[in-house]
Design a protein around this ligand. Structure first.
Ligand code: HEM
Length: 501
């Protein structure tokens, strides 16, 4: 009996193994004509570059650095294999244009159900059904128009002032000898801002010493990254307890979102949904049955929290990491902010448009450290790129980081030089900045809906902090950057802050 069970189990396993082998063989054959890193022997056949990537990342390096290295070695189009998936990366202005605009290739959602748990679900970022996505995008485009957002400058300013007071209090309680991790303060601030502006919700994370909401979001992003970097994680016993923990956090985030939405929907009903925020727009314009689907509303709720928080907090944190290492840039920035704002508290639209160098600093930070360093697409038909036939169902990674670090488009790519983005500066003409070489917010129909939001918020908060504080970086920190779905400074940007007189 035992022998028979053993024999049938073995034949099932052998069958599965044979099928996998055939699948990998066929995939490798389909992409044989494309350049890319070589694989070695039998292990290489089955695993491709899996071990190289996992080792690289576990040594606190970015996967995107490997992509950059490969793009230099193999050219504007290359492939690499991870288990039974082949990824193709293109890093050339014309091909990026052809893929993102001309072909309008569908999205391959990540973060929708990481580790099998509903996270962003069918929210705007991860929706793959084009007509459902288009309908919701059309409704929401209006909320994110620049003039509508500028109507919220009061909220941006008042949350910014709360941050300044909070940082001043931290300076008092910490004294001048201990540093603080700026990223974590910014991350709580951006969460409060998106919650208020998009959902009229007071999360008040900044005032709490420990924000559970922040923690749940962070864990959801961690789960997403884990699944991207290590597709075999579920089979590794040493990862099981952390996977359980990550799943638990995602469930708690969903529970929080359901409770908050239920309360908000009741409140909105009393005002007949006459607000100008994301939620009231979604309800006011709801037509189809799906528009009223509560689970989908929760997906969008979570999506806007994630999209609107972590990305902008990271972009701002990187500004300070770079300013602390580039005193000349900091000096110029401070001069501009002092001359435009003086000691004025309320920053209006006019001030924002005068802060040109501040804008360039934010843009350069997004170039050197794009929070969304790549995004994915999946090909729905065969196409030809750079003389190579690319088969249907190809998985593309759009190389935001690789393009922005390419010498071909950005001379001295490792340097932090906001002058690249100043039209009247001679250095700007040496850079080839276009929508296809510089794309921190992506381009094409699925570009970032919140980019105006991020630009207003980023500039205003940067200006307020520089206006109010002197700062120095803590030399006892790692300057490394980790991939946390978005790119994030590993030590959270430790700085010594001192209020300015
Ligand atoms: C510096 C800050 C930001 C960066 C770098 C950024 C970057 C991006 C990128 C690259 C995409 C395209 C992703 C893809 O195709 O997979 C995207 C999409 C999106 N972003 Fe942002 N984002 C930022 C801020 C925001 C903010 C503030 C919000 C919300 C207020 C937001 C909400 C979204 C949403 C909802 C999408 C999906 C759009 C769609 O598919 O129609 N983002 N973002």
């Amino acid at each position: 009996m035992i022998k028979r069970i053993f024999l049938s189990l073995s034949s099932v396993l052998i069958g599965l193994f044979t099928l996998k082998t055939i699948k990998i063989y066929l995939i490798r054959r389909r992409y044989k004509h494309l350049p890319g890193p070589k694989t070695n022997g039998i292990i290489g056949f089955y695993f491709g570059q899996y071990f190289e990537i996992v080792n690289h990342v576990s040594n606190q390096n970015l996967q995107h650095e490997l992509h950059l290295k490969w793009s230099k070695l193999y050219g504007s189009i290359f492939k690499y294999q991870v288990l039974d998936r082949m990824t193709v990366i293109i890093s050339n202005e014309e091909t990026v244009k052809a893929t993102l605009i001309d072909e309008d290739i569908p999205k391959k959602p990540i973060a929708a159900f990481p580790l099998g748990e509903r996270f962003l679900g069918f929210g705007l970022l991860t929706e793959t059904d084009k007509s459902k996505w288009r309908h919701r995008r059309q409704i929401l485009n209006h909320v994110f128009k620049k003039d509508i957002l500028l109507g919220n400058l009061n909220e941006f300013n008042s949350k910014g002032d709360i941050l300044i007071e909070h940082l001043k209090n931290l300076c008092l309680s910490n004294g001048s000898s201990s540093s603080l991790q700026l990223f974590y303060e910014l991350n709580r601030l951006t969460l409060d801002i998106i919650a208020k502006v998009a959902f009229d919700l007071d999360t008040n994370c900044l005032k709490k010493s420990e924000s559970k909401l922040n923690l749940y979001i962070t864990k959801g992003l961690e789960a997403t990254t884990l699944e991207i970097i290590d597709p075999l994680c579920k089979f590794k016993p040493n990862k099981w307890s952390s996977i359980t923990n990550l799943k638990e956090s995602m469930r708690k985030l969903r529970k929080f979102s359901i409770e908050s939405l239920t309360i908000k929907l009741k409140e909105l009903k009393d005002t007949q949904f006459l607000g100008k925020n994301v939620l009231s727009f979604l309800i006011q314009n709801a037509k189809t049955e799906e528009d009223f689907d509560f689970e989908r509303l929760v997906d969008d709720f979570v999506t806007f929290f994630i999209g609107g928080q972590e990305t902008t907090a990271n972009a701002l944190a990187f500004c300070f990491l770079e300013l602390g290492q580039n005193p000349e840039v900091l000096k110029k920035l401070r001069e501009e902010i002092d001359s435009v704002l003086g000691s004025k508290k309320y920053i209006n639209n006019d001030d924002l448009s005068k802060l040109e160098y501040t804008s360039a600093v934010f843009k350069e930070s997004l170039r050197k450290w794009p929070p969304v360093a790549s995004f994915s697409r999946i090909l729905d038909e065969d196409i030809e790129l750079l003389g190579y036939k690319i088969p249907k169902n190809t998985f593309f990674l759009m190389p935001v980081y690789v393009m922005a670090r390419s010498e071909k488009y950005f001379p001295e790519p490792e340097e932090f030089k906001p002058e690249r983005f100043l039209k009247n500066d001679p250095f700007s003409s040496q850079n080839r900045i276009s929508s296809y070489t510089y794309m921190p917010f992506s381009i094409g129909p699925r570009n970032c809906i919140g980019q105006n939001f991020a630009k207003i918020e980023g500039k205003l908060i940067l200006a307020k902090i520089i206006q109010n504080f002197d700062f120095e970086l803590d030399p006892n920190q790692s300057f490394k950057v980790v991939q946390h779905a978005t790119l994030r400074p590993i030590d959270g940007v430790k700085i010594f802050l001192k209020p300015r007189q």
